[in-house]
Ligand binder design. Structure first.
Ligand code: AN0
Ligand code: CP
Length: 319
């Protein structure tokens, strides 16, 4: 595995899931693969789970880890080619990616959507430029449009908690006071399409995700109808794709409450975190026995560890 930026980088999701479950059962069994190898974790944006779970995954594999917050701690990065760099930017992404590749055997990078330039975001300009100039494998720690380590952890969590072969999984839009990217939702949809689930998406009018992800998926604007008989409710806010980055107020009835969860098939509640309590989901739902949010966060270690191990093993093959 040379890069991990999307489900498209995975040949067989079910096979990768089996590997993750085996790693979870024996997390310290593969330390020889990471010995004397270094993981670099680069953050343009904040993180709690991704930062710590990726670090933990690397430590479980015997790797060394270096973490850097590029915003603030690093030089400001120029992305465009051929620029006369006599303005605000101090270092070109070519040198930055090339230099970090000298110190690291694998690099993880987090770079959120701008939510202002749809084309630049959906072309994954920063991530792709970084990959183009890095000489080692690159893992997305959430990019402008996708969050594959989160979605893979969600696949693991659903596999562990499902009570039937093909559970009904509902991705529901939920309110939020600030505009958020579509990345977690897009990514969840592309991974669920590869998993053994019946996927339904529900959101208010105006919050349609890009058709490149939702093609073939059942979508309804009626949240109550979507929740009926659901086995898993996955809540997430995202801003408008069409009216790029826009949000609207007055949609507080989309909060996931106990009354709505009562429509489900004793459904489990899921969210990638961080979550705004009593905005996205009520306290009683997230604090209930049906809430899987901590299991999801725990599985972030094993999704990252599975991907790192695949990369370490393929390096060995090339020798
Ligand atoms: C981010 C998002 O919605 O993409 C990160 C989620 C993992 N969430 C926030 O910024 C609150
Ligand atoms: N779910 C997730 O990626 O959380 P962080 O933003 O805290 O890393």
């Amino acid at each position: 595995m040379k890069k991990f930026t999307s489900v498209k980088d995975v040949a067989d999701v079910n096979a990768l899931l089996k590997k993750a479950l085996a790693i979870k059962a024996a997390p310290l069994a593969d330390q020889q693969y990471g010995k004397d190898k270094t993981l670099g974790l680069l953050f343009f944006n904040p993180s709690l789970r991704t930062r710590l779970s990726s670090q933990k995954a690397a430590m479980n594999l015997g790797m060394n880890v270096m973490v850097m917050n590029l915003n603030g701690d690093g030089w400001s990065i120029e992305l465009a080619d051929g620029t006369v760099m006599n303005q605000g930017t101090q270092e070109h992404i070519k040198e930055a990616a090339g230099v970090i590749s000298q110190y690291c055997d694998i690099i993880g990078i987090r770079t959120f959507a701008s939510l202002t330039d749809k084309e630049e975001d959906y072309q994954e300009t920063i991530l792709n430029k970084f990959i183009a100039h890095a000489t080692v494998p690159v893992i997305s720690l959430e990019s402008a449009t996708l969050h594959p380590l989160q979605s893979f952890a969600d696949v693991i969590t659903i596999a562990e908690h499902k009570k039937k072969d093909t559970p009904k999984v509902v991705l529901t839009w939920a309110p939020h006071p600030r505009a958020l990217p579509q990345a977690v939702a897009n990514s969840f949809v592309e991974w669920m399409k590869e998993a053994d689930v019946e996927l339904v998406i529900t959101h208010p009018k105006g919050y349609e995700l890009s058709a490149q992800f939702t093609e073939g998926v059942t979508i309804t604007n009626n949240q109550d109808e979507a929740f009926k008989d659901a086995d898993f409710i996955y809540a997430k806010n995202w801003s408008s794709f069409e009216d790029y980055g826009a949000t609207q107020s007055g949609l507080n009835d989309w909060t996931v409450t106990k009354e709505k969860m009562a429509l489900t098939n004793n459904g489990k509640f899921m969210h990638c975190l961080p979550v705004r309590r009593n905005v996205v989901v009520s306290d009683e739902v997230i604090d209930s026995d049906n809430s899987l949010v901590l299991e999801q966060a725990n599985n972030r270690t094993f999704s990252a560890q599975t991907v790192l191990l695949e990369m370490l093993k393929s390096m060995g093959d090339e020798k």
